[in-house]
Design a protein around this ligand. Structure first.
Ligand SMILES: C[S@@+](CC[C@H](N)C(=O)[O-])C[C@H]1O[C@@H](n2cnc3c(N)ncnc32)[C@H](O)[C@@H]1O
Length: 292
């Protein structure tokens, strides 16, 4: 589904991101989660003349989509297909150290969610894959069909914060093999006993599987440890988390790191206007830190 401007993914809290990164002409910025290139386009624009943007994404399709969109910025933009867990190495190789700003807009893009064959959405009937990089790791179907009932229950409880994880895991194991996203969604819906409200009963289970498949918390921890090695003094780190576990991880990291100072006491949240325009922004939480 594209929006009115023909773009898949609407960049979340764009004004707040630009302001928090303090984008100046001539400076260097790194977007670790390119997605559809919405934030990257605005950063590139604001850093001209003379600025540069390094964009990375684990998903090769995000690189392709952004390449078209960012073509008009020419040499300003460098795109690399990579996991942000390798931020330090990529930034050095591409001549982006020290950088004036690093952006992490976590999770998945609307393009990924909408692509049936990727298996991210319980509303589509694609194979259960859910890998950001389809060439790395194992698909969600492998976890669902091969993990023990106890492992699945723990995973759904911990990463999905799903209180009914045990009965969901039990139903999954009884109904194996599970091949498609819709099949899994239906198993979870029946087992959970939740009524269909504004959020689908399988939302938390799908989120847990996606986070496990892509090792999202581990990668976030790894990249955070590399940020100070990449940022210039006075440079900014901006994170957008959509999940309380991710946000907590960032918050704790910033509290413990001696070189990064949180810029605001509280997280930044989207305005009600943005939430009504773009529902996927509703859980966004921005944290900003400055390298001392
Ligand atoms: C919320 S979207 C970013 C949207 C983007 N800011 C925009 O304006 O279009 C998150 C992106 O991060 C990517 N991603 C998630 N984990 C990653 C990782 N460990 N390394 C690199 N990219 C990752 C996903 O593939 C996805 O494209």
């Amino acid at each position: 589904m594209t929006n009115a401007s023909g773009v898949y993914h609407e960049p979340v809290m764009l004004g707040e991101v630009l302001e928090s990164l303090v984008v100046h002409p001539g400076n260097r910025y790194i977007d670790c989660t390119l997605g559809d290139g919405g934030h990257a386009a605005a950063i590139s624009e604001a850093s001209m003349p003379g600025g540069r943007l390094l964009g990375m994404d684990a998903d090769p399709e995000a690189i392709t989509a952004s390449r078209d969109r960012l073509e008009r910025y020419g040499d300003v933009v460098t795109l690399v297909h990579a996991n942000f867990a390798t931020l330090g190495q990529i930034a050095r190789e591409q001549g982006f150290v020290p950088a004036h700003g690093v952006l992490l807009d976590l999770g998945l893009s609307s393009r990924q969610l909408d692509a049936e064959e990727r298996g991210f959405s319980f509303q589509r009937n694609g194979p259960l894959d859910m890998r950001f990089n389809p060439a790395e790791g194992v698909p969600a179907a492998t976890l669902v069909n091969e993990r023990s009932e106890e492992d699945l229950a723990n995973l759904i409880y911990q990463l999905g914060q799903e209180p009914r994880s045990r009965r969901i895991a039990r139903a999954i194991v009884i109904n194996r093999p599970v091949a498609t996203a819709q099949q899994l969604a239906e198993i979870v819906r029946r087992a959970s006993g939740y009524r269909r409200g504004r959020t689908h009963p399988a939302t938390r289970t799908f989120q847990a599987l996606r986070m496990a498949v892509n090792q999202e918390l581990a990668n976030l921890e790894t990249v955070l440890l590399q940020v100070t090695g990449v940022l210039a003094h006075g440079g900014r780190l901006v994170t957008i988390a959509y999940h309380s576990l991710e946000d907590r991880l960032v918050k704790r990291f910033l509290a413990s790191d001696e070189e990064l100072r949180p810029v605001h006491k509280r997280v930044l949240k989207p305005t009600p206007e943005e939430v009504s325009r773009n529902r996927r922004s509703r859980s966004a939480r921005i944290r900003v830190a400055e390298r001392m």
